[in-house]
Design a protein around this ligand. Structure first.
Ligand SMILES: Nc1nc(=O)c2c([nH]1)NC[C@@H]1CN(c3ccc(C(=O)N[C@@H](CCC(=O)O)C(=O)O)cc3)C=[N+]21
Length: 306
């Protein structure tokens, strides 16, 4: 009927879905306050003055306020020592108003990142990156799934793309996105049951692997690394990349580009997330969801059902 003109993909809007989820969180906040007199609270620790990090931290703080959460932050200079960062973590560990703690990564060179992460009280680890929480995730009984992977699963499930039985290919093997997303997509249960392949810089014949994907996730950190020739017809494509590309004509002097070449890939995919307005806002929404979970854990303890 349309001849050879490809039908463009459905846009999976993280902006819309995150608003829906943040409204659910706001309702949960009211319930916890009425039942238990507790206001869920999130604290963010930001080290250094990277402008992109500052934008995310401000977005998180605004999202907290809109959902009725208490929010706090500690901003340390880029010259802060490991000891000073640890002191900030310990202070929030002990602060009863704070149920969730997020340490913005990456930390400056010379700071032992794992030592900081392991200092976070696992019951307050709303990023889900403490070894205890990553271990439980790998066992298929997560309390806190890392926010970006959790947001990707919600984007899929709430748009009718259940991964069950699908070939899911993830490009990127980071501790905060690729690895935990692989665990979520492969596990038994909601949002899982996919056949998962994880690609990285040493993968041979990358395009051959990605072309086998029913669900393709790009978490590479290189603008437009995924091109149309790497994508199967009808694939669902999730773009995790948030790359700042210089653009003198843009108001801020740069534009955001994903890891996917949107214009060509959207002609081939059946569904695709945009950048901005895709995975980014979902990450923030899931951070609020995890903070609500942390507040519930502070009241009831962890559930021992899994
Ligand atoms: N411990 C830790 N946890 C993180 O989750 C974490 C982190 N460290 N370090 C930095 C990355 C990055 N990140 C983003 C979150 C939201 C947007 C976001 O909302 N982006 C908007 C656009 C924002 C803009 O205009 O710059 C969008 O994609 O539509 C982006 C990036 C979380 N991160």
């Amino acid at each position: 009927m349309w001849g050879d003109v490809p039908v463009a993909a459905t846009i999976l809007s993280g902006t819309d879905l995150s608003a829906e989820i943040r409204a659910e969180v706001a309702a949960g906040v009211v319930e916890i306050r009425e039942k238990h007199g507790v206001t869920p609270g999130l604290a963010v620790i930001l080290v250094g003055d990277d402008p992109a990090s500052a934008v995310y931290v401000n977005n998180k703080q605004r999202a907290c306020e809109q959902a009725g959460l208490y929010s706090d932050s500690a901003r340390l200079p880029g010259s802060a020592t490991e000891k000073e960062i640890l002191a900030a973590v310990h202070a929030f560990n002990e602060d009863p108003r704070v149920h969730g703690i997020l340490v913005q990564l990456p930390l400056p060179d010379g700071v032992e990142q794992h030592r900081i992460i392991e200092a976070i009280d696992p019951d307050k680890d709303v990023d889900g990156i403490h070894p205890y929480n990553l271990g439980k995730l790998l066992q298929g009984r997560p309390d806190f799934a890392p926010c970006t992977p959790a947001g990707i699963v919600e984007l899929l499930m709430r748009n009718g793309h259940d991964p069950t039985g699908a070939n899911a290919v993830i490009c990127g093997r980071s501790d905060i996105v690729g690895k935990p997303l692989a665990a979520l997509l492969m596990q038994r249960g909601r949002g899982g049951n996919a056949t998962v392949t994880v690609c990285h810089t040493r993968t041979r014949n990358l395009a051959e692997v990605t072309r086998a994907a029913d669900i393709l996730v790009a978490a590479i950190g290189r603008p437009e690394a995924i091109t149309a020739d790497m994508v199967k017809d009808g694939a669902v494509v999730i773009d995790v990349g948030i790359n700042r590309v210089d653009d003198p004509s843009a108001r801020r002097g740069y534009r955001l580009k994903g890891d996917v070449e949107f214009e060509s890939v959207s002609q081939k995919a059946s569904a695709i997330t945009p950048v901005p307005g895709g995975v980014g806002p979902m990450t923030i929404a899931m951070l609020l969801v995890n903070t609500l979970t942390a507040a519930r854990i502070s009241i009831h303890g962890r559930h021992h059902s899994g």
